[in-house]
Structures are given as structure tokens and as C-alpha cells.
Ligand binder design. Sequence first.
Ligand SMILES: Cc1ncc(COP(=O)(O)O)c(C=O)c1O
Length: 319
Amino acid sequence: MLECNWRDGKWETTHIKPYGPIQVEPSCKVFHYGQAIFEGMKAYKDEAGDVFLFRPEDNWKRFNESAKRLAMPEVPYEVFVEGLKTLVNLDKEWVKYGEGLSLYLRPFMIASENGVAAAPSTEYKFMIVMSPAFAYYRGEVRVIIANQFSRAADGGVGYAKAAGNYAASFYPNNLAMEEGYQQIIWTDAASHEYIEEAGTMNIFVRIGDKLLTAPSNDRILNGVTRRSVIQMAKDHGIEVEERRIRVSEIKEAAQNGELKEIFGSGTAAVIVPIKGFKHEDFKYELPVIENDYATNIKAALMDIQYNRTEDKHGWRVKI
Ligand SMILES: Cc1ncc(COP(=O)(O)O)c(C=O)c1O
């Protein structure tokens, strides 16, 4: 694991050491005010044994946007990106080769000052831990489109990868799971009329041959996979619209047979096809179709990640 501490207004020397417990005091600010942010990314191995990161600078930039919103110090490129490369290089053997296999990378930062005054910490701990990973979601995914709970509000922290965003989603998600649904597609907090994103995925809807996704805003995490899917779709000649999507539009398209696919995008599983959804009393099972966008775009993206194809957008970074 990698560790770098912020004290007296600056980042100290970065250390890499074996994974193990860290010592913090009970008054450590992260426990009381939730100043904690993270990123999620992966390292992939190709057939020749070379290891690659996927768009790591995008994660670094997003991490620092999260840091800014949570009143935390930004982490320099050398600590985050160069640190990642050094760490992954040391543990290259843990990046397993095979379809869907990867080394999951978890950079995170916590407020580490002791004291329970409700004010930003003056000390922070940035760390990176890693774990070999299989594909994250297995089995069929059905979702509830939210009409009561909200994930994020205007002017809030929805666009940041703040730990508290996830804590707040667990209870509604547990209720959804009790009903037999694996995920919630969140809707805008103000009206619950427009879809936003799901647990750890951005959402795409295919109506006819057009691919729709909600625009990124201050409530939605601007996914690296989302941006990659949009680019790949365009490269494949698919029309993509980034615009607000009404729940009623999805339901109408379902009723008139125009709704072809719904899928989520995220680092964990690249693309997750949604098999069915529920909104209030309306339940719908997506049709099984040939030559679907989800499968094609996922394959195209994984070919880039695993160094099986040309990387014309320069997304791969060799370790
Ligand atoms: C809330 C949320 N939305 C979307 C995503 C997808 O983002 P990315 O494609 O960068 O993994 C994630 C994280 O993985 C997430 O936590």
C-alpha cells in the first residue's frame, strides 16, 4: 500500500509498505465529520504479461475535484499517478491475466487530525490499496427507478466521490434488494421525474437506435467509463444524446416497443445490462435483442483495456 500524509500545509514523503493496519485515534476527524473521498480504478494485464492502467489522469483529476468540494488538499500528480504506477509495478504479479480479471486500485484520502471541532482537518492521509478482482456484478440486474429517496441534491456533493454519498445510498438500496431488485436508478431530487445514475454506474438508455445518457451535473458522478462509452458509441456510428431523460419517456418507449436497452457503465464491470425495471406500479422486462450496444461497446472497451486493439484515443498507460 502507498501512504502519504499532509501536515503543516504540505505533502510529506510518500511511503510504500506491506498492506496492514494503520493507527489513528478515536477523535480522528474522519470518524466524526466524514471528510473522506476515494477513487476506483483498475490495472489490466495483456497476453504478453504487460500491465496497463486506463485513463489514470482522469481519476486523478476527479479525485482532486472531490478533494476541493470536501475542503481537502489536492493530491499532486507525482503522488497519485506516479505513486500508482510505482505501486502497481511492484505488485505486478497480482494483476492476473484473463477475461474480466484485473487488479482493483483504491486511492483514498481521510481527515486525520485529532479533535472533534466541526471544522476542516489540518491533517490528511492519502493512501492507495489494491486487490485482485473478478468482474464485479454477476447475475441479472433489475432496478427500481427511485420515486422517494434521493442520492444527491443541487449544489451538493453528488459529483464528488465522497464516502458519505455511498453510506446514504445503502438503506434505500437494502429496501430495493428486499423487493428483489439489485440496484436503484436515482432520479433528480427536486421532481423525481428525470433519471440520473445508479449505485456505482452511470446509466444509458437505448430508444430506437439512439443512445441517451443524463448530462453530467453537480449531482452525478462524471464517470470515466461513461465518457469512454460515449466516445466508443460515436466511433461505432451510434447517435448519442447527453440530455435529461424523463422517466415517463422511458415508460412510453417501453410500451410502444422502442425501448431496446438500458445499461450501466462503471469501472467495476465496464457495462452492466439491466434486465428489467420497476417504477411505482409499472414493471418492465427488457427484450433480449441481437447485436446489442451493451455487448458491442463492452467488447470494444475491454479490447482497449487489455491491449488487444489499437488505442486511438490514447487511454492506455503502460506500467
Ligand atoms: C456514483 C457512481 N456513478 C458512476 C460511477 C462510474 O464511474 P467510473 O466509470 O469512473 O467508474 C461510479 C464509480 O465507479 C460511481 O460511484
